[in-house]
Design a binder for this molecule. Structure first.
Ligand SMILES: *[C@@H]1O[C@H](CO)[C@@H](O)[C@H](O)[C@H]1NC(C)=O
Ligand SMILES: *[C@@H]1O[C@H](CO)[C@@H](O)[C@H](O)[C@H]1NC(C)=O
Ligand SMILES: *[C@@H]1O[C@H](CO)[C@@H](O)[C@H](O)[C@H]1NC(C)=O
Length: 200
């Protein structure tokens, strides 16, 4: 009756092994899905900037990466490629886009019309895919506007300063003149005043 428990242990060990195998298979099936990492889902930029739409992915094998662009002006494909091969860039973005092996793309010299949603789809050769979105806001260059406003304000301030000092000088002169006149008035006769008035 001794071998029985050992046989039991064997079957137990076997089923445990089977269970572990199932777990491993499940895990490897799970990890076959694409995972996508987007550090900056919203990007604010100004006109003429070069923008990196930065992403990173992990998956099995070499995937196909596709970027699409959607805005109120419509939707269009920007680029599609397999990392390590030549990218197929759409006519609308020729010479304006470069691609990186981690799935990121760079847009050169963006304009206000480039504002919108950029959708990346990473598709594994087995068919599973994952997509992510980056929102890009492109605004007019504020700096130059601010520069102009600053110069204009400085100009106004300078004009105001000149006017104020002029007024101050005039005020002083007028005061001196009045004092002189009062002094004269005290000394002179009414006739002289009339004469002065006539002179003026
Ligand atoms: C971008 O600008 C918006 C306002 O226009 C602001 O709410 C947002 O926080 C900004 N995002 C970044 C990443 O600077
Ligand atoms: C992707 O690659 C580019 C170029 O090498 C790099 O600048 C960017 O930071 C990378 N993105 C991520 C999320 O790692
Ligand atoms: C590039 O894309 C266009 C349109 O999406 C397609 O017609 C063409 O066959 C593609 N070229 C390559 C080399 O994949």
């Amino acid at each position: 009756m001794k071998p029985l428990p050992s046989r039991r242990r064997k079957t137990q060990g076997f089923s445990l092994g089977l269970f572990a195998l199932c777990l491993a298979t499940a895990r490897s099936l799970q990890s076959q899905g694409v995972s996508l990492y987007i550090p900056h889902p919203t990007i604010n930029a100004t006109v003429k900037e070069d923008i990196l739409l930065s992403v990173d992915y992990s998956c099995h094998g070499v995937p196909t990466i596709e970027w699409k662009y959607t805005s109120s002006w419509g939707a269009q494909k920007i680029v599609e490629w397999k990392p390590g091969t030549q990218a197929n860039i759409s006519q609308s973005h020729k010479d304006r886009v470069c691609t990186f092996d981690n799935g990121s793309i760079q847009l050169f010299s963006v304009g206000v019309r480039d504002s919108g949603y950029y959708i990346i789809t990473v598709t594994e050769h087995l068919g599973s895919s994952q997509f992510g979105t980056i929102v890009l806001h492109v605004s007019e260059i504020l700096y130059e506007d601010l520069h102009f406003v600053a110069v204009f304000l400085a100009f106004l301030a300078a004009v105001a300063a000149v006017l104020i000092s002029l007024m101050w000088v005039c005020n002083k002169c007028a005061y001196k003149f009045q004092r002189k006149r009062r002094h004269k008035l005290k000394e002179s006769t009414t006739e002289e005043i009339e004469l002065q008035d006539v002179e003026c």
